[in-house]
Ligand binder design. Structure first.
Ligand SMILES: *Cc1c(COP(=O)(O)O)cnc(C)c1O
Length: 367
């Protein structure tokens, strides 16, 4: 898949998938990109392009030199962003964390102060990352406001839509992504809400030519020219050999279509509302925040003076051992929450009430 002559059908399908998704997100025909092995690698690849384009010098060949580069991200950003920042060699200081509001969205009123503070410390801020939505709580950052800020300061705007980008297929939910069409780059995982067997991630650039900036690298045994050849995908992907991932994404889109995925998203988001409603009604439970997507964070409140974090961690261990339900845990603002990401559209309200009953029973008896 790295070169056209070795995988022409897959390369053509990949082109079709990228072009279709780009239009879906509100970009025009000039947008372009590629598929890659997961959101983690997708974020890294996009950030490499961001650096090459916004650093103001040839960072690919000269390295970071003595310039301290950095980006602004929500404190709820996925860990792959901090990993990418550190791989880029910017260190801890290169990731400037913007606080979140009570629904765990980036508090954009703090952007200016965070930017100024970074500049004062000698960091050249070159981009902002928006969450759509965040992994922890499924919160969508205010993308329009971030886009405005990036336009004002001439910064790159990258959107991590690995999980929540699927909302683009839903008439009811796509407003959460309002502003994503102004991003310079974005990623979306097909293996999150789009039913794809792992791994298939799209990295899409508003201006297709930007996608060639990631690896300004020569590999003359594979291709003769240094031009932007869309069909030699290896020029732009981290991978050289790559699995035929376009096959999965292409056929899922072709066979089921946008309406189907819109319905899946609607169903999953509604399920989260249902679960949240049930949690709110039970006074032995606490809901962290109203879900914006298909992710619900909550915790059980211990009767006696047990330590709540320990109590919920023990509940989760019991659930895991029992094996009927799988939920994860998440530490938010120093407190431990149970986190349910509802991925199966066939999940019913009965499953939720049964889960909550089960947690109640574990709390009463075993813990
Ligand atoms: C899942 C996720 C990632 C990482 O994607 P992988 O495909 O697991 O590497 C990055 N960002 C967000 C917001 C995610 O939800």
């Amino acid at each position: 898949m790295g070169v056209y002559e070795m995988g022409s059908p897959a390369v053509a399908m990949e082109r079709a998938v990228i072009k279709k998704m780009a239009l879906q997100f509100g970009f025009d025909e000039t947008a372009d990109g590629f598929l890659t092995s997961g959101g983690t690698l997708g974020n890294l690849t996009a950030l490499l392009a961001l650096r090459q384009i916004k650093a103001g010098y040839d960072a690919w060949n000269e390295g970071n030199a003595d310039v301290n580069l950095g980006i602004l991200v929500s404190e709820e950003a996925h860990y792959s962003i901090s990993r990418a920042v550190k791989i880029l060699g910017w260190g801890e200081a290169g990731m400037i964390k913007v606080p979140v509001d009570d629904r765990f969205r980036m508090d954009v009123s703090r952007l200016d102060a965070c930017y100024d503070e970074a500049v004062r410390k000698g960091i050249r801020v070159i981009g902002v990352i928006g969450n759509a939505g965040s992994t922890g709580t499924g919160s969508y950052d205010p993308l329009q406001a971030i886009a405005d800020f990036c336009a004002e300061k001439d910064l790159w705007f990258h959107v991590d839509a690995a999980h929540g980008g699927a909302a683009v297929f839903s008439e009811n939910q796509r407003s959460a992504l309002d502003g994503i069409q102004r991003a310079d780059s974005l990623i979306i995982d097909f293996h999150k809400m789009l039913f794809c067997p792992a791994l298939v991630t799209a990295v899409i650039f508003k201006r297709g030519e930007d996608s060639y900036q990631t690896f300004a690298q020569k590999a003359s045994y594979l291709w003769e020219q240094e031009d932007a050849e869309w069909f030699n995908l290896g020029k732009r992907t981290f991978e050289c050999t790559k699995s035929m991932m376009s096959l999965k994404a292409y056929f899922l889109l072709k066979e089921y279509g946008e309406d189907f995925f819109g319905k899946v998203v609607d169903r999953l988001f509604k399920s989260a509302q249902t679960l949240a409603g049930m949690i709110r009604k039970r006074d032995t439970f606490e809901l962290l925040t109203e879900p914006m997507a298909n992710i619900v964070c909550f915790r059980h409140l211990p009767k006696d003076n047990r330590e709540p974090d320990e109590h919920n961690a023990r509940i989760r261990r019991h659930l895991l051992e029992d094996g009927r339900y799988y939920i994860v845990q998440n530490r938010i603002r120093e407190r431990l929450y149970l986190r349910s990401a509802i991925m199966n559209p066939f999940t019913t309200p009965h499953h939720f009430s049964d889960l909550l009953d089960e947690i109640g029973k574990i709390a009463d008896h075993d813990v």
